[in-house]
Design a protein around this ligand. Structure first.
Ligand code: FA5
Length: 344
């Protein structure tokens, strides 16, 4: 093929490709391919120098004309692409804006805040405590030495950490009771505090048991505190949360750190006492184990048990939220499922 035909064929090829180009970056690549420093058209123009005089004149003129035509076509296509893009990205400022989804507090946190307000109104302070706890504060200072069978009631996760005696000594706290002796040591008597927080158990989960859940500990120590104070405070709080008179049931219980120990149950709000899976077919839900602080625990906390007495309770906060909102499976709380969470 002679040079003239080659040039005309190249021109056709470029123009055809330009007709189908809708994108600026594709256009730029074509420009480099044909008109760049090593472009196909540029190469031909450079080779004109080495041609004979007659050919140089004809081919040179043709090549220059084609180059001008191609450059103009590139500019035209670029313009039309840019105009279209601007038109497409036109913003109608009169359109209503997009609503941005706001998050909100988790239902457990919402109820925790309500409880904190109720307890603060009764003169309790709100304390925090470590979630990774020493075996001492989680068990031993609560009258549960290493051999004590009551430790089995709260199967736990031990951390891979040993003390000087080569014993595992750190646990994920199994209850908020770990703060009882800490609070006594730090604040002394009289003492009125609550401790909301997350706790962990090595637990086979079901509708009312999770491995990670919330409790709210309560502790009141002063002169002449009796179990009637405990029942009065509990009733006030439950009625305040459920906004109605709650039916409760009190049974004897057992925890080594309180004596006597009681279990305060509420009537299952999901089946209204008719028995369902959420209340393990009993009609009642175990919500609030409690009792009078054991003299040994007061001693660990540096408090004279002959002068002072106190009550303690460990409210199952996540269970309380289940009952308040009629949720029949505790595992929903940690599921992260927005369909569930958006309902609160
Ligand atoms: C305790 O944890 C004691 N520390 C409570 C206590 C404090 C007693 C002070 C006396 C004085 P218990 O293991 O029963 O007790 O748990 C307390 C509450 O937490 C239960 O009543 C229940 O409501 C809730 N709970 C227990 N295990 C689970 C679980 N796996 N999932 C969800 N909630 C639970």
């Amino acid at each position: 093929m002679n040079m003239k035909d080659k040039l005309l064929q190249l021109k056709d090829q470029v123009l055809k490709q330009l007709v189908n180009t809708k994108d600026v970056s594709v256009l730029r690549n074509l420009e480099i391919k044909y008109l760049g420093r090593k472009g196909e058209l540029t190469k031909i123009l450079r080779s004109v120098v080495d041609m004979g005089d007659v050919e140089k004149k004809d081919i040179g003129k043709l090549a220059n004309n084609i180059k001008t035509e191609v450059i103009n076509k590139f500019a035209e296509v670029k313009n039309s692409i840019l105009t279209k893009t601007v038109n497409q990205s036109f913003v109608d400022v009169t359109l209503p804006g997009k609503i941005i989804d706001h998050g909100h507090l988790h239902p457990v946190t919402q109820v925790q805040n309500e409880l904190e307000d109720l307890f603060i109104s009764m003169g309790f302070m709100v304390l925090d405590g470590p979630e990774v706890e020493s075996d001492y504060y989680n068990f031993e200072a609560l009258n549960m030495p290493p051999y004590h069978p009551a430790r089995d009631m709260q199967d736990t996760f031990y951390l891979d950490h040993k003390n000087k005696e080569k014993k595992y000594d750190l646990v994920m706290r199994t209850h908020t009771s770990n703060v009882q002796v800490r609070a006594m040591q730090k604040y002394g008597v009289p003492l009125r505090c609550i401790v909301p927080g997350v706790v962990f158990r090595s637990e086979a989960t079901d509708a009312c048991h999770d491995h990670t859940f919330y409790q709210l500990e309560g502790l009141m120590i002063d002169k002449d505190i009796s179990i009637t104070n405990l029942i009065a405070v509990t009733k006030k709080v439950l009625n305040g949360i459920f906004k109605k008179e709650m039916e409760i049931r009190i049974r004897p219980g057992y925890f080594p750190f309180v004596e006597p120990a009681i279990e305060i149950d509420i009537k299952c709000t999901i089946c209204n006492g008719k028995k369902c899976s959420a209340c393990k077919n009993s009609g009642w839900l175990e919500l609030l184990p409690a009792g009078m602080v054991h003299p040994n625990v007061l001693k660990y906390g540096g408090i004279d048990s002959k002068k002072y007495s106190g009550f303690a309770f460990g409210l199952g906060l996540t269970r309380l939220v289940m009952m308040k909102y009629g949720i029949n499976d505790i595992r929903l709380f940690n599921s992260g499922d927005l369909r569930f969470l958006k309902q609160f």
